[in-house]
Design a protein around this ligand. Structure first.
Ligand SMILES: [Zn+2]
Length: 113
């Protein structure tokens, strides 16, 4: 049985999979995406989710009223419910964004100092 070893990107020290600190340079070894990367990608997704929600809840009624002479209430008459729907879409966007960051960095091993 052989143990797979990884090479530190900073000091080229060899260490085993799963360690959290490089014994060569004492850097923090991160497997996959960092919390910060996941959080930032999540926020980006949340902004997009909220943008889509805002377009559907407020942009769509505005467009229907203007171009099709309809009489659709803002947020389709859901009132604060429209804001809740936007919040839900933002939350979904956050999860999707953070999952995509995780996917992007899967299998990566980086050392931070
Ligand atoms: Zn190192």
């Amino acid at each position: 049985m052989s143990v797979q070893t990884y090479t530190c990107g900073h000091c080229h020290f060899q260490f085993n999979g799963g360690v959290t600190t490089c014994q060569g340079c004492l850097g923090t070894v991160v497997w996959g995406a960092t919390q910060k990367e996941k959080h930032e990608a999540g926020l980006f997704g949340a902004v997009i989710g909220a943008g889509v929600g805002g377009l559907v809840m407020f942009g769509l009624p505005t467009a229907l009223n203007k171009y099709l002479s309809m009489d659709v209430a803002m947020g389709f008459g859901f009132g604060l419910g429209a804001l809740a729907a936007i919040a839900v879409l933002a939350a979904i966007g956050y999860v999707k964004g953070s999952l995509s960051a995780e996917k992007q960095h899967r299998g990566e091993c980086r050392t931070f100092r």
